[in-house]
Design a protein around this ligand. Structure first.
Ligand code: DQA
Length: 147
């Protein structure tokens, strides 16, 4: 089973970025813990981060027939990128939306996700554990054959 872990804008800055909100764990540390969990779950993970909307769309399109699920933190694009929403909607495999912070408990503009209606589900507010829960959700969905 192959799972793409996709990180959107500014997530390469985790550790340095607003630590009061996002904590001190770096993206590399998050990816390492995902790798360890993936081994336990007998899944293969591929990682990609970009600060560019088009690069994220290109990655989703190229993963289209190669992966069984996607765990995706779209960063601020969550709240307004209809292009990314369309790319997620075109995926034939489950896409799990994850956020470190609880977007519903923050500024009003973060309460809306344009991705959520086309995602399999949303995991938000558990810090780096959101990604681990997202990976578990992805594996569970793939095993049960659900999109
Ligand atoms: C985020 C939440 C977004 O609102 C924000 O723009 C981010 C990170 C999160 O993981 O909590 O960049 O997706």
């Amino acid at each position: 089973m192959k799972i793409l872990i996709l990180h959107g804008p500014n997530l390469n800055f985790l550790g340095k970025r607003e630590p009061g909100i996002y904590g001190s764990t770096t993206l590399e540390e998050i990816n390492n813990s995902l790798q360890v969990l993936a081994q336990d779950l007998k899944a293969e993970v591929d990682f990609f981060q970009s600060n560019h909307e088009g690069a994220l769309i290109d990655k989703l399109q190229s993963a289209h027939s190669l992966v069984d699920a996607v765990v995706f933190n779209p960063g601020a694009y969550t709240h307004y990128s209809l292009a990314l929403r369309d790319a997620v909607a075109s995926m034939q495999v489950p896409v799990i939306e994850v956020h470190l912070s609880n977007i519903h408990a923050r500024e009003e503009f973060r309460h809306q996700s344009v991705i959520a209606p086309v995602a399999a589900g949303q995991i938000t507010g558990f810090g780096p554990a959101s990604y681990l829960l997202g990976l578990r959700a992805a594996v569970t969905l793939v095993q049960s054959g659900r999109k």
